[in-house]
Design a protein around this ligand. Structure first.
Ligand SMILES: Nc1ncnc2c1ncn2[C@@H]1O[C@H](COP(=O)(O)OP(=O)(O)OP(=O)(O)O)[C@@H](O)[C@H]1O
Ligand SMILES: [Zn+2]
Length: 724
C-alpha cells in the first residue's frame, strides 16, 4: 500500500492521508473517492507518498480511483493553490469548486464523450417525400445527407426535439467522437479597416504573443475595443492557439458570441451559470482537448483547462461582478493575470471606465496602457445635460424638459433609453395615514412592491410575501406605493406615450428563458421605441438607434459612505451615457438630479471619466485607501449581535500589536441585518501586502480554535469590492 495525500472539499485547512494499493496509485490531480467520517467524498490527489505521513496503521483506504489522467493539470493546480493561499481559502474547496458539477460528483469522464450524428441505413434510403410534412426534420435529414454533424454543430441549427424525433424513428444514430483540437484556418474573414489608435493597440498586443504581458485598453464607449480583440484573436487562431474572453454578465454572452461567430467560422463556446451540467462538462472537455477555439464566459471560465491558451481578454474589466461575493471571494481579473503569467501569454483588460486599481497599475508601468480616445465610427461622444429637479413639477418622476426631449426623439423615429437602477414597482408600500413602511422582518431593509407578481420582495434576502391589506401599525387600508421602480416607470411611460412600444430590461423582465433574447431583438429592430432598464442596460450593449438617454434618478448614490461609491457611480453614468448616439448623430444624455452642483456630477460632465478617475486616484492617495493600501475584510454574521462584535473584537485585539497594520472596526455593516442575522465587519489595512497576509495567516491559525468561532458565520474577503 502507498500513502496519498488528498485535498477534500471541507472547510478544514488541511489535507488528508489515505492508503491505496500500489498498482492503483493515481497521479497528482486525479480524483479519488474516499471515506470521510460517515460520508464518502470526492477529493483531488495532491501528493503521492508524502514523507511526513500520518501513522499508516490509522489510515483508511481509498474507495475508488476515478481518473486515469489528472482532471486538474499542473498549471491549473498551480493557479488554484496560489488562489487558495492568496484568498486564504481552504485548498480542497477551491480545487473542487473549479470542476464542473458532474466531475465534482465523481462521474466518469468517459461516459460523457461528445456525440456525433449520422443517418442510419434506413435514413439513407428514405424517400424524401416521407418527411414532407415535417419541415424541420426534413431539413435536418438533408443536412445529415451532406455530412455527419457533431452534437454542438447540430444544436446550433436544430432543436433537440427535432433530433429526438429522428432518433426515435431510427433514421438517425449517435456515435461517440473523441474531441480533437480545432484546425487552424487557412484564412480568416478580413476585419474592419482599423483606426490609427486601434492599429497601434493591435500591433502592441500581437508583439507580445508567446510571453506574459499585461495591457489595459482604456477606450471610450464605442471606440471599437471589440474590433481590437477580434483582430488580435485572428492572429492566434491561425497558429492554433486558444483564446479566453471573460465578460462580466451572462446577458452579454449572446451578443459577444454573435459578433465572434460572424467573424470566425470555428468552434466558439459559451460558459455561464445558465448552462446545464452536461453542457458545462462539454465546454470543459472542448477547452481541455483544444477542440474549442474560443471560450466566452463569465468569471469562473477562468478555471477552465485549456490545451494551448494564447490570449486572455477581460472585457469591462472594471465590473464588480468579476469579483465573487460569497465563500471563495476571488477576483477574476486578478486571478486571470496570474493565469496569463503561468501560461506565458498576454492578457488584455478593456474598459471605457477602467477601475482605479488598473489605472494605478498602468500609471506605475505594470500594465501597458493603450488609449482609444475616440469613437471608431467617427461619431461624437454624447453630450451630458443636467436637469435640475428642484422646484420642478414632475410627471411620474420626469421633468418637463426631459419629456420634451423624449417626445422630440420619438417623433424623429429614434429610440430613447431611460435608466433607473431600481427594479420592481416601488421600493416600498407606505401607509398614507401614519407613514408606516413595508419592511423585511429579517433584514434592515424595506421590501420592494412587485405589482405584476403581486408580492412584496426583499431584494436582500429574497423573502417574498403577499401584499398586506392593512397598515401593520395603525390598521389603515390606505397603502400606496412609495417611490418608483422600473416596473412602474414602464407603466407610467405607457400612459404618457400610448402609441410607443416599450421594452423593459431588468432582472425580473428577463427571468423567463429566452426573454432577454427577445427583448434585445426588439431593441435592435428599427423604429421609435422606449427602453426602460436597470444597470443591465449599461453593460456593453451596442444599440445603434438610441439617440437619447435619460438617467432618471441616481441621487441616492451621491452620498454613500463607501469609499468606492464615487468610482462606481462615475462608471455607471459613463457606461449608461455611452449607449447614446452610437449609430449616427451625437447623442444626448439627460441627468435628472436634485443636486446639480454636486462635484462628482460636475466633474463627470465637464471633464469625463478619464479626468475624474485621475483625481479620484489622487484622493485615494491622500486618504491612503486602496490601491495605495491593501485591504482585507473580516465579516461576521450571527443571530446575536454581541457574538459578532465580540468575535471581531477578539481578532482586533490580536492585530492591535502588529506593526504596519491599521484597523477600522469592529463596526456594524451598512446593511446591519440580513436574513435574520446581524452583520459586523473589521477592516484591516496595510501598505505592505506581505505584512497584511502574514497577519491574516496568524489570525486564521488562532481563530479556528476559538469557541466563539462556531457561533458566527464568518468570511475573510481579501481585496473586497463590496463593503456593504
Ligand atoms: N475601425 C473601425 N471602423 C469603423 N467602424 C468601427 C471600427 N471599429 C469598430 N467599429 C464600429 O464601432 C461600433 C462600436 O464598436 P464596439 O462595440 O467594438 O465598441 P466598444 O469599444 O467595444 O464599445 P463599448 O465599450 O461601449 O461596449 C461598432 O458598430 C463597430 O462595428
Ligand atoms: Zn430580507
Amino acid at each position: 500500500m502507498i500513502v496519498i495525500r488528498v485535498a477534500l472539499p471541507v472547510p478544514l485547512r488541511q489535507h488528508f492521508d489515505y492508503l491505496v494499493a500500489k498498482h492503483l496509485v493515481p497521479a497528482v490531480g486525479c480524483r479519488v473517492l474516499v471515506p470521510f467520517g460517515s460520508r464518502q467524498l470526492v477529493g483531488i490527489v495532491w501528493q503521492v507518498a508524502p514523507d511526513n505521513s500520518f501513522a499508516i496503521n490509522k489510515l483508511k483506504t481509498v474507495i475508488n480511483v476515478i481518473d486515469q489522467q489528472p482532471v486538474l493539470p499542473p498549471l491549473l493546480r498551480n493557479l488554484l493553490s496560489f488562489a487558495a493561499e492568496y484568498y486564504h481559502y481552504p485548498l480542497g474547496e477551491v480545487l473542487i469548486s473549479a470542476l464542473p458539477a458532474l466531475l465534482r460528483e465523481g462521474r466518469n469522464l468517459a461516459d460523457y464523450q461528445p456525440l456525433a450524428y449520422r443517418l442510419t441505413p434506413a435514413g439513407k434510403i428514405l424517400e424524401s417525400s416521407v418527411l414532407r410534412r415535417a419541415k424541420q426534420q426534413h431539413a435536418l435529414w438533408q443536412a445529415l445527407q451532406q455530412s455527419d454533424l457533431t452534437e454542438s454543430m447540430l444544436l446550433q441549427q436544430f432543436s433537440r426535439a427535432i433530433l429526438n424525433q429522428l432518433l426515435k424513428k431510427e433514421l438517425v444514430a449517435a456515435y461517440p467522437v473523441p474531441p480533437v483540437p480545432f484546425a487552424a484556418p487557412d484564412s480568416l474573414a478580413k476585419g474592419l479597416q482599423l483606426t490609427p489608435n486601434q492599429a497601434l493597440a493591435v500591433t502592441a498586443i500581437n508583439q507580445a504573443k508567446g510571453r506574459f504581458e499585461r495591457f489595459l485598453i482604456e477606450g471610450v464607449t464605442g471606440s471599437g475595443k471589440t474590433e481590437v480583440y477580434l483582430q488580435c484573436i485572428a492572429g492566434l487562431l491561425m497558429t492554433q492557439q486558444q483564446v479566453l474572453v471573460i465578460v462580466p454578465e451572462i446577458g452579454l454572452t449572446p451578443q459577444t458570441l454573435a459578433r465572434f461567430q460572424a467573424r470566425f467560422d470555428l468552434p466558439i463556446l459559451c460558459w455561464h451559470s445558465a448552462l446545464t451540467d452536461s453542457e458545462r462538462l462539454h465546454c470543459w472537455q472542448q477547452a481541455a482537448t483544444g477542440a474549442a477555439a474560443i471560450i466566452i464566459g463569465t468569471r469562473s471560465a477562468l478555471f477552465l483547462p485549456f490545451m494551448k491558451l494564447g490570449l486572455i481578454i477581460i472585457d469591462e474589466e472594471h465590473d464588480q461582478s468579476l469579483k465573487q461575493q460569497d465563500g471563495f471571494s476571488y477576483h477574476a481579473r486578478d486571478l486571470a493575470i496570474k493565469r496569463a503569467a503561468l501560461e506565458h501569454c498576454p492578457i488584455v483588460l478593456g474598459s471605457a471606465t477602467p477601475s482605479l486599481e488598473s489605472l494605478y497599475n498602468a500609471d506605475s508601468q505594470r500594465f501597458i496602457h493603450l488609449d482609444l480616445p475616440d469613437r471608431a465610427t467617427g461619431h461624437k461622444l454624447p453630450q451630458f445635460k443636467l436637469v435640475d429637479l428642484k422646484q420642478q413639477v414632475l410627471q411620474f418622476g420626469l421633468a418637463d424638459i426631459s419629456l420634451a426631449h423624449i417626445r422630440k426623439q420619438l417623433s424623429l423615429g429614434q429610440q430613447v433609453m431611460l435608466f433607473l437602477n431600481r427594479r420592481g414597482f416601488a421600493p416600498a408600500l407606505s401607509c398614507q395615514e401614519c407613514g408606516w413602511l413595508t419592511e423585511c422582518h429579517r433584514c434592515s431593509a424595506f421590501t420592494t412592491y412587485h405589482k405584476q407578481s403581486r408580492q412584496l420582495i426583499c431584494h436582500h434576502c429574497g423573502a417574498s410575501k403577499a401584499i398586506p391589506r392593512q397598515c401593520g401599525d395603525c390598521g389603515s387600508t390606505q397603502l400606496i406605493p412609495l417611490g418608483q421602480g422600473t416596473e412602474q416607470l414602464e407603466q407610467n411611460l405607457q400612459t404618457l406615450f400610448p402609441d410607443t412600444a416599450i421594452t423593459r430590461l431588468d432582472r425580473d423582465s428577463t427571468r423567463r428563458k429566452g426573454a432577454l433574447h427577445s427583448a434585445l431583438d426588439d431593441i435592435h429592430s428599427p423604429g421609435a421605441r422606449l427602453i426602460v432598464g436597470t444597470q443591465m442596460l449599461a453593460k456593453g450593449h451596442h444599440f445603434p438607434n438610441v439617440s437619447l438617454v435619460v438617467i432618471v434618478d441616481v441621487d441616492g448614490a451621491l452620498y454613500s459612505s463607501d469609499f468606492r461609491a464615487p468610482e462606481q457611480l462615475a462608471q455607471l453614468l459613463t457606461q449608461v451615457a455611452g449607449r447614446a448616439g452610437r449609430g449616427g448623430s451625437q447623442g444626448t444624455v439627460l441627468l435628472q438630479t436634485q443636486y446639480p452642483e454636486h462635484s462628482l456630477l460636475q466633474d463627470i460632465i465637464q471633464n469625463g471619466y478619464a479626468a475624474f478617475a485621475r483625481s479620484a486616484l489622487l484622493e485615494r492617495k491622500h486618504t491612503q485607501l486602496p490601491p495605495y493600501q491593501y485591504l482585507a475584510l473580516f465579516r461576521a454574521e450571527a443571530h446575536d449581535t454581541n457574538h459578532c462584535q465580540q468575535w471581531l473584537t477578539q481578532l482586533a485585539d490580536l492585530v492591535h500589536n502588529m506593526p504596519q497594520l491599521q484597523l477600522l472596526g469592529p463596526i456594524p455593516s451598512p446593511l446591519e441585518r440580513r436574513a435574520g442575522k446581524y452583520r459586523w465587519q473589521l477592516q484591516l489595512y496595510s501598505i505592505n501586502r506581505t505584512v497584511l497576509h502574514n497577519a491574516l495567516d496568524t489570525l486564521l491559525a488562532q481563530l479556528l480554535s476559538w469557541p466563539l468561532t462556531r457561533k458566527v458565520k464568518w468570511q475573510l474577503d481579501v481585496d473586497p469590492i463590496d463593503l456593504s
